[in-house]
Design a protein around this ligand. Structure first.
Ligand code: ZN
Length: 377
């Protein structure tokens, strides 16, 4: 009996020790895992994402991140495959933008020896792709010369330099004019406008395509116009009615002579005037198809019910004082001719919404300048 027992024990021993070893390994792995989770937790508590925290531990940078304040850019650097150890101390000082190529762009700009302040300036004046393209140029020493304006765009930097050198304009005028494409001849290299917005710009440098659609085109009631079947944007029309009513309360009266004009209608108009007065006249006074503000459905030409010359009417004076309260601005003034590309037109009004109209009224600037400095992206 006892012999058998001994034999059984002998059989059991290796099995038990294997189990023991496996057990110890399991416990060790579990303890290591707990430790690892604890370490991730201690890093992510600082604000870092799970991926960034893992990367921080993997790169042995826990001590470093504990010594500096958390920033989104540093987090992005640890999350990114573009992380570069050499620039670790720089990432924190650079502003964050949500873009997968942010760290790549920062690295290239740092390679070009731009300071963190300069990089922040570059990144704030365009997209990350623009910044990457910009970084391919030779290093620019006087960045602030044009980029000090928050409406300057790095993708246009070379054009600012060329236009500034060619014309000797102030840096402000240079940035405004280049943003507006005025450094190109009229109707040349226009910006294509494809999105309707009451703040949109259409002129000899900002073009609408033939198939551009104006939303909410409504027919203008016969009460407000001498034309049959003319249309305009609904919001602009509703505001026009309020304005017209208030004019009437003051014993005055206006009516609409032109509102929405399609691309094809503008083409017909151009051809008509070409036959009558020739190319030069049309070039000066009639917008080419796609370049007329009337194609937006937001522009109207108006007339006084009592006087033939609108510019000398009481209605004109009332409009100059009050139109902005209804969201309308006088679009082509004599003093803005260089920016608008049009001579003074006392009758041409444009709906831009009450907020912008008020702002322009207070600032006394052309819509072109307003657009170039406040809306242009
Ligand atoms: Zn007009």
């Amino acid at each position: 009996m006892s012999k058998v027992k001994v034999k059984r024990l002998k059989l059991k021993e290796p099995f038990v020790s294997i189990c023991r070893i496996i057990g110890i390994i399991c416990v060790a792995i579990f303890v290591l895992f707990l430790f690892y989770r604890f370490e991730i937790l201690s890093v992510s508590r600082l604000g870092y994402s799970e991926d960034a925290s893992k990367s921080i531990l993997f790169k042995f940078k826990k001590k470093y991140v504990k010594s500096v304040p958390y920033t989104k850019t540093l987090n992005a650097a640890f999350e990114s495959d573009d992380y570069n150890e050499k620039y670790l101390s720089k990432y924190s000082g650079i502003d964050y933008y949500k873009d997968k190529k942010l760290i790549k762009a920062i690295n290239i700009l740092l390679d070009k020896k731009y300071s963190t302040n300069e990089i922040n300036l570059i990144l704030s004046r365009g997209s990350i792709d623009d910044a990457i393209l910009f970084s391919k140029k030779d290093k620019i020493v006087y960045l602030e010369e044009y980029l000090e304006y928050d409406f300057a765009r790095i993708r246009l930097f070379d054009q600012y330099v060329d236009y500034g050198n060619d014309t000797g304009s102030t840096t402000y005028d240079t940035v405004v004019y280049v943003n507006l494409g005025i450094n190109n001849p009229e109707y040349t290299n226009p910006t294509i406008v494809d999105k309707f917005d009451k703040n949109m710009l259409v002129n000899k440098h900002f073009k609408l395509e033939k198939d551009f659609k104006v939303p909410d085109l409504v027919k203008i009631d016969k009460k407000f116009t001498d034309e049959d079947n003319i249309m305009m944007n609904k919001e602009a029309y509703e505001q026009y009615i309020k304005m017209s009513d208030d004019l009437e309360k003051n014993g005055l009266g206006i009516y609409i002579t032109t509102a929405y004009r399609s691309y094809d209608e503008q083409k017909e108009l151009c051809d008509y005037f070409k036959k009558l007065y020739g190319d030069e006249y049309v070039k000066k006074f009639v917008a080419q198809p796609g370049f007329s503000e009337h194609q937006t459905g937001l522009a109207i030409d108006i007339a006084s019910v009592r006087k033939n010359t609108f510019a000398s009417s009481k209605e004109y004076k009332w409009m100059i004082k009050n139109a902005y309260k209804y969201g309308y601005i006088l679009r082509y003034k004599k003093e803005y001719q260089e920016e608008t590309g049009f001579k003074s037109e006392a009758w041409h009004y444009r709906y831009v919404g009450v907020d912008i109209a008020k702002d322009i009224h207070n600032k006394e600037m052309s819509y072109e300048e307003y657009y170039a400095t406040k809306i242009f992206k």
